[in-house]
Design a protein around this ligand. Sequence first.
Ligand code: ADP
Ligand code: MG
Ligand code: MG
Length: 251
Amino acid sequence: TPLLSVEGLSASVDEKTILHGIDLAIPAGETHVLMGPNGAGKSTLGHVIMGDPAYTQTSGSIRFDGEDITDLSTDKRSRAGIFLSFQAPVEIPGVPLSSFLRATLAGRPGLKMRGKEFRRRMKELCAELDMPVEYLNRELGVGFSGGEKKKVEMLQLLLLQPKLAILDETDSGLDVDALGVVSRGMDLYRKRTDGTLLIITHNTRILEHLDVDRVHVMVGGRLVHDADASLIDWIDEHGFERFEAMAAEAN
Ligand code: ADP
Ligand code: MG
Ligand code: MG
């Protein structure tokens, strides 16, 4: 059975239906990519899988790691091993990033570590991601650029080592430096934990060094197509017009 299995999932925000009957299965250890035009509902799907209370799931079920999580809180889903990268870290002046990351591990028995071990681990991760270790002393979120927020997400990902990571690259323009950190982070996560990835992106450059197992296309809140990794290059060349036409016909 797949690690994540979404069946007939519909969801709305403010009475407006955004997702229509989504079926999606992701086997453990695979890397899946979700693509589609702006406003298709890609980020919404990530939020609904994570149980974000801003969205109302109106039908369908979500199973994860052998358990029905449809009615679980976001916190419980997170403890079950799902990670969603949407959260831009809040700004808390005076709180260093390292304290925030340490708090990330709190209440997770398997990940608990002493101060010394935590500092050693952070030093290692910064070296692997090619980030200056001084970065950890910065105040949380204060003046972070889009790229810097992505770096924090990669640190969180590698610290938490979730079973499933949903990485929503949003539309934030990442500079070359941040792109490198994100690519390295995803690569380390896959190799170190044999983790499972769902990457939501427009930026196909980020996918160049990844072994992608499956690509899903979302249009108008529906998954209209899926194919192997060769679809990425095809979409790069042709865009989403053909899928938008298919979706229009189906309606
Ligand atoms: P994508 O990530 O594919 O660009 P989104 O999931 O962000 O698409 O958005 C899909 C649709 O749902 C859009 O029409 C968007 O305006 C709407 N939407 C998403 N989140 C919210 C929200 N929190 N409040 C109101 N509308 C939302
Ligand atoms: Mg694989
Ligand atoms: Mg989005």
